[in-house]
Design a protein around this ligand. Structure first.
Ligand SMILES: O=C(O)CCC(=O)C(=O)O
Ligand SMILES: [Fe+2]
Length: 342
């Protein structure tokens, strides 16, 4: 059981000049956090404050538009690429509508890209709004910066498992599946009509390897800490200039449960809009994610924990590619869209 999310300065992993000892010492701290909670804050990450502030300003401007203007780029128009806007209540993370609206983005891929030509779901061009101008460039710059950071952190995670630092890049993330979302959680009642909490995002784990979340100052993110039968929800409050980093189901699978993909949820109690920007750095679509054969994981047992898991699934018994896994998940959180576009 943990009671806080640790903060790690990852400068040595991203600065391009630090030596092996400094990189390993950061990696060890990451490894400890992945084992304990699956969550950590990163600072010293090198992503420009100006770029972040610019994207935040433009995102707020977009969400402030009338809903019918936002619906001009609704997700149904993005087709199988799964891009665009969804209104409050349009996404069901754990079977119930979330109290949030959002924009879905991903790697910007043109019609000539082989995966787009083959009609691969979740691959294609983005839908950018006309208003506010500049959002397109800000989103693309931000995704490029976070993709670089994702590669650096995966090197740290590899080092933390005593693997070569390019272990994940050579097998899974040389061409990562990048999904990026900008969410706005409106202020509102803490409870739904049936008296249950009106979650901004219901309890879930993330699907891929690594999530990098930028959150504004509103707060509301909670991480599940568990010890046997007892559960405690630990706050991950905003820390200026940091990203909240958490590992996803595929890293849980690769490490046979040693690095946990930890359930989390959001309740916006701030009384104002909450803006958050989760960036998902995931294995390539057609990769088959396998357990890592490494001495550091020799004792790992791949727990059969499906009854404890939020979705009742066991990530250790998956068959197929990451794309298959992701599609199963995405179809559940957007049931209407699934029938329209897939
Ligand atoms: O908005 C947040 O703070 C968390 C969002 C999240 O957990 C997700 O999109 O997977
Ligand atoms: Fe999440």
């Amino acid at each position: 059981m943990f009671d806080r999310v640790p903060l790690i300065d990852v400068g040595a992993l991203v600065d391009g000049v630090s030596g092996r000892a400094a990189r390993r010492s950061v990696a060890e701290r990451i490894g400890a956090a992945c084992r304990e909670s699956g969550f950590f804050y990163v600072v010293g990450h090198g992503v420009g404050a100006g770029l972040q502030a610019h994207l935040e300003t433009l995102s707020r401007r977009f969400f402030a538009l009338p809903v019918d203007e936002k619906m001009a780029i609704r997700m149904a128009r993005g087709g199988a690429a799964w891009r665009g806007y969804f209104p409050v209540g349009g996404e069901l993370t754990s079977g119930r509508p979330d109290r949030k609206e959002g924009l879905y983005f991903g790697s910007e891929l043109g019609p000539e890209h082989p995966l787009v030509r083959a009609g691969t779901p979740l691959h294609g061009p983005n839908l950018f709004p006309e208003e506010p101008p500049g959002l397109r460039e800000a989103v693309l710059d931000y995704m490029a910066a976070l993709t670089r950071l994702g590669h650096s952190l995966m090197e740290g995670i590899a080092l933390s498992l005593e693997l070569e630092d390019d272990y994940f890049a050579t097998r899974y993330t040389a061409d990562p599946l990048v999904l990026f979302r900008v969410f706005n959680y409106p202020p509102g009642p803490g409870t739904a009509e049936d008296g249950r909490p009106a979650w901004g995002v219901g309890e879930h784990t993330d699907y891929g390897v690594l999530t990098l979340l930028k959150q504004d100052s509103a707060g509301g993110l909670q991480v599940k800490s568990r010890d046997g039968g007892s559960v405690r929800w630990v706050d991950a409050p905003p820390i200026d200039g940091s990203f909240v980093c958490n590992i996803g189901d595929m890293l849980d699978r690769m490490t046979r449960g040693v690095y946990r993909s930890t359930p989390h949820r959001v309740l916006n109690r701030s009384g104002r809009d909450r803006l958050s920007l989760p960036f998902f750095f995931d294995p390539g679509w057609s990769t088959e994610v396998r357990p890592i054969d490494a001495p550091a994981l020799a004792q790992a047992s791949a727990p059969e924990d499906s009854t404890e898991r939020w979705d009742g699934r066991n990530v250790h018994s998956l068959q197929g590619t990451y794309g298959d896994y992701l599609l199963g998940k995405v179809g559940k959180v957007f049931p209407e869209l699934r029938t329209q576009v897939l």
